[in-house]
Design a protein around this ligand. Sequence first.
Ligand code: SF4
Length: 113
Amino acid sequence: MTPDDYAAIAKRLDRFAPVPDEVLADIVTHEGLCFWVFDRDEMPDLSGETEPDRELAAWSCAGCPVVNSCLELELRVAGEHTVGVWGGLADTDRRKVHRFWQWRRQHPQGGAR
Ligand code: SF4
């Protein structure tokens, strides 16, 4: 993934900015695939450093209807300390998205970065 990819993902999450944490948590825990189709404990531990890890993260979350809500919530709750698979991304990629996401939230009027 490139910096432009991370920036685009962060931009995609702008629409969630006004949504309260509790609402996001409710959506993710009720509609997230890993909460009702399979056990989150069965999700793999990924370093996020390799392409296979990224593909496995995407595969684990494929078809989940709340990928963006999940990613937004994880970025808020865990931020740069995020680990494991959330929001269709391995943690290394989420940490990179977090930098763009945080900048956009701190500069909502100039979020063209
Ligand atoms: S995006 Fe992935 S980690 Fe998040 S709720 Fe959906 S399946 Fe679970």
